[in-house]
Design a protein around this ligand. Structure first.
Ligand SMILES: NC(=O)c1ccc[n+]([C@@H]2O[C@H](COP(=O)([O-])OP(=O)(O)OC[C@H]3O[C@@H](n4cnc5c(N)ncnc54)[C@H](OP(=O)(O)O)[C@@H]3O)[C@@H](O)[C@H]2O)c1
Length: 343
């Protein structure tokens, strides 16, 4: 019955729409199978057989790191992992109480008192700018910026500045904080790096100019995937335009981890994979690995998963060509955030 209905529905589609429908179906199916085999806890256990323990032994004393969204899930595990290696960590959180609670937990778990809270709402350009000007006045070199904060909002809501909410946090917030931290990152060159936590979900989406999902059929999961695709393409672009600044730009995805964000935004997914998801620490493993590797080992602009470079596109998904529009997206982000080019 369901198959007949689908076929009837397809027969009413124009050839262009039918191709789009088939492509979307293929991308989601391929992503589901690939993800189930690789992104779950079982995937981590399998991939970790190739991990080298000595890769993670580097100490980070004297290194300054910013982790966004550091009070929960993967961001918390990243901040704790950096603090346990002796780094000075600035936890950038949107909520003071949640931030303070996480900060004191990390300080007592690691014994590192060089862990600090910075309150900033990454959905607001004006908040990001005031954080950046306050923070930059201290003139601290930044060795590692981890763009971890992220949201998946199922309904289309807009921020007080008029931007679609997921886009505001995941794309415009990531873009703005990174651009505004460039002078401090340059102070730590050639050792500086920016690690952006994307998602395997981005495999299902090509890059599109419709950054704020203006379509009336808003789909939060699709918008999230689109946002995460922008992060990967943006990282590639940053690596190219800032190649002489001594800053490494990398994106990665954590696999599927059992975090408060997943439980809230994807309750069905979280329940159906109960017991099969990674821990937040397993999700954060590649972020920490990227933070401590010698830069010569890493490929500028690359996408990483489980301590190895990963493809940016699934087979036959026809997403590869879409990255060619990144220049116009960067122009658009620059004008939306009202930032000037740092190149
Ligand atoms: N878990 C997974 O399976 C998975 C898979 C792929 C990718 N990721 C990515 O991993 C990253 C971390 O996600 P998670 O799963 O650890 O989720 P999480 O537990 O919800 O953590 C997200 C963090 O981002 C913060 N945040 C959200 N909006 C913010 C804003 N406007 N300003 C500042 N901080 C904000 C949250 O703060 P509050 O606590 O105040 O909300 C929280 O600290 C995200 O980028 C996500 O897309 C996760």
């Amino acid at each position: 019955m369901k198959i007949t209905a689908t076929l009837q529905f397809q027969s009413h589609l124009s050839p262009g729409l039918l191709t789009m429908f088939l492509l979307k179906t293929w991308r989601s199916t391929a992503f589901g199978i690939f993800g189930y085999l690789n992104f779950t806890k079982a995937g981590f256990v399998e991939h970790s057989k190739k991990f080298k323990p000595e890769d993670m032994e580097t100490r980070m004393n004297g290194k300054n790191c910013i982790v966004t969204g550091a009070n929960s899930g993967i961001g918390y595990a990243t901040a704790e992992g950096l603090a346990s290696r002796g780094a000075t960590v600035f936890m950038l959180c949107r909520n003071k109480e949640r931030g303070e609670a996480a900060l004191s937990k990390i300080q007592s778990a690691t014994g590192n008192t060089n862990v600090h809270l910075e309150v900033c709402d990454l959905s607001s350009i004006s908040d990001i700018k005031s954080f950046a000007s306050r923070f930059s006045s201290n003139d601290v070199p930044i060795h590692v910026l981890v763009n971890n904060a992220g949201v998946l909002e199922n309904k289309r809501v807009t921020t007080s500045e008029g931007f679609e909410f997921s886009f505001a946090v995941n794309v415009l917030g990531t873009y703005s904080i990174t651009e505004l931290m460039l002078p401090l990152l340059e102070k730590a060159a050639p050792d500086a790096r920016v690690i952006t936590v994307s998602s395997g979900g981005m495999y299902t989406a090509p890059l599109t100019k419709d950054l704020q999902f203006s379509d009336s059929n808003f789909n939060g999961v699709e918008q999230y995937a689109r946002n995460k695709r922008v992060q990967v393409a943006l990282t590639e672009k940053w690596a190219e335009i800032y190649k002489n600044k001594g800053i490494g730009f990398y994106s990665m995805h954590p696999g599927w981890a059992d975090t408060p964000g997943v439980a809230t935004s994807l309750p069905g997914f979280s329940k159906s994979l109960s017991g099969k998801l990674r821990t937040s620490e397993e999700g954060a493993d590649t972020v920490l690995w990227l933070a401590v590797q010698p830069k010569e080992k890493l490929v500028p602009g690359a996408f990483y998963f489980d301590r190895a470079e990963a493809p940016k596109h699934l087979l036959f998904a026809a997403t590869g060509g879409s990255h060619s529009i990144i220049d116009s997206i960067v122009d658009h982000l620059r004008s939306m955030s009202n930032l000037s080019s740092q190149s």
